[in-house]
Design a binder for this molecule. Structure first.
Ligand code: IMP
Ligand code: MG
Length: 187
């Protein structure tokens, strides 16, 4: 696959493919099968973190074979337009249903410092769910500031800024069917 080169706002943005669409889809299918086995006979609620994990969640849930499956969404914000974590996490929108006594699987796009997931685990724990686990498509362990248990991991990646398959840079590139590393050059 070729590099995507995009002139934008006086700079050149380059995206080098790292995980192609077939590789992602095959792994998502495996995760779905594993989740189906682990939660057999239970009523699982997927809680996807907006906006980055929407595409992952949409694909993942079609590979989860559980009659009681449902999904919900919440918004968290820690980023703005920079490519490093601010460490300040904010709930920007909440789930629409009660999570009391439910088995919750948080669906996240990427865990970097761990601060976002730490915040969300603590927030969820106060609502008395039956259980809370995390499924993240990507894990960047190099930047870990706090350790959070990641129950399902799609891919472990190096410490590079990535976009595509839901992940954005400044709200762009979410629509790419693959995941690529991003770099910048002066135009
Ligand atoms: P953490 O709190 O540092 O673990 O950051 C998690 C959040 O930062 C993710 O949910 C993403 O929204 C964002 N993020 C971290 N690394 C990347 C990246 O490489 N590309 C796009 N977003 C990222
Ligand atoms: Mg996110």
């Amino acid at each position: 696959m070729r590099e995507l080169v995009t002139p934008y706002n006086g700079r050149i943005e380059k995206i080098r493919p790292m995980l192609d669409a077939d590789t992602i889809q095959a792994r998502v299918k495996e995760l779905g099968a594993q989740i189906s086995r682990d939660y057999a006979g239970r009523e699982l609620v997927l809680v996807a973190v907006l906006k980055g994990s929407v595409i992952f969640c949409a694909d993942l849930m079609r590979h989860i074979d559980l009659p009681g499956l449902s999904c919900d969404f919440l918004g968290l914000s820690s980023y703005g337009s920079r490519t490093v974590s601010s460490g300040v996490v904010r709930l920007t929108s909440d789930v629409s249903c009660s999570v009391v006594d439910k088995d919750i699987l948080i669906v996240e796009d990427i865990v970097d410092t761990g601060l976002t997931m730490q915040y969300l685990l603590e927030n969820m724990a106060t609502r008395r769910p039956a259980s809370v686990k995390i499924c993240t498509l990507l894990h960047k362990p190099a930047n870990e500031q706090v350790h959070v248990p990641l129950d399902y991991i799609g891919f472990t990646i190096a410490n590079e800024f990535v976009v595509g398959y839901g992940l954005d840079y400044d709200e762009r590139y979410r629509q790419l069917p693959y995941i690529g590393t991003m770099s910048f050059e002066d135009a």
